[in-house]
Design a protein around this ligand. Sequence first.
Ligand code: CAA
Ligand code: NAD
Length: 295
Amino acid sequence: MTTIATVGVLGGGLMGSGIAQVAALNGFTTIVREVDEPSAQRARSSIEKSLGKAIEKGKLTEEARAATMSRLTFTTVVADLAFADIVVEAIIEDLELKNEIWKELNALCPAHTIFASNTSSLTIAAMAAVSGRGDRMVGLHFFNPVPVMKLVEVVKTVTTSEETFSRAFDFAKRLKKEPIAAKDNSGFVVNLLLVPYLLDAINALEHGVASVEDIDKGMMLGTGYPMGPFTLLDFVGLDTTYKIAEIMFDEYREKRYAPPPLLKRMVLAGYYGKKSKRGFYDYSVEPPVVSALGL
Ligand code: CAA
Ligand code: NAD
């Protein structure tokens, strides 16, 4: 059994940059592939910023930061991931795009390389089938923000071998995460329960139950959640949430997963949440204020 030493990360957005940071911090040689130079640079800066904050808080030494950065490479060339022992995919939630890149990588990577997807809502089976290595395909679902959230869902589909599953589970532990085993159903454990809650909050807002601020306050002070649902939606990304809801609705054909019309309108308007500086809140001012949504 080849020991995992080199990690390839596909996509350096919110999740990919966090996964790469955690991998490099825990001693893995890590290569991040983005679509173009500016995106690769953004991935690098977001990791630098996150490590910088950790230093300010006295949680990381200068030496550890330098060692982490020295283990990280950023590239736009898929073939640079050919030497990875595991590739963790964190590109946008689009099955066709994900499968295109798995097919390309299958021709480049050695036989022992594990393919792991960080998908929120697609089944691993839908990728395993076309990846050309169904026995070495697994789900590794991290949570946002990756450097802080302890959980990783490790997902075995019908074709995943026991060896692949146990190597992926062990890899999550080596990242100092708490892995749990989850079945290959759309949404795994956490999103199966979390996504309907987030969509219900949008429906409640559209039906005039209460304001954005009061629904957020209600869930934080009434249930002890660290963020209210609208702050969390903005944090996850409304574009990503919309895609997740579409995929889960398509899978289960249940109303509880249907993307609310307001969510669709906001995505069409380019309101993607914190990453585009506007979602349910407007982040162009400090502190953020509630966005005018024409309700
Ligand atoms: N990167 C690195 N560290 C970060 C960070 C980031 N992006 N954001 C916050 N932190 C760290 C802070 O440095 C701080 O560390 P220390 O305690 O060591 O000082 C710690 O996290 C707490 O941060 P803050 O005090 O600034 O803020 P907070 O107390 O409000 O916590 C939070 C921030 C951890 C994000 C908290 O609000 C939280 O847990 N929110 C809910 C997050 C959540 O539900 N995530 C899951 C989303 S769903 C998902 O990921 C699945 C999917 O498929 C969509
Ligand atoms: P994001 O939009 O922040 O980042 C996606 C990145 O992928 C972008 O930087 C984009 O340039 C890049 N990309 C697109 N096509 C690519 C390709 N062919 N090769 C390399 N890079 C490519 O999205 P995100 O929030 O990081 O989500 C990524 C994945 O993680 C999705 O599958 C999502 O469902 C899942 N996820 C998201 C969250 C969350 O809270 N946002 C949590 C867990 C899992």
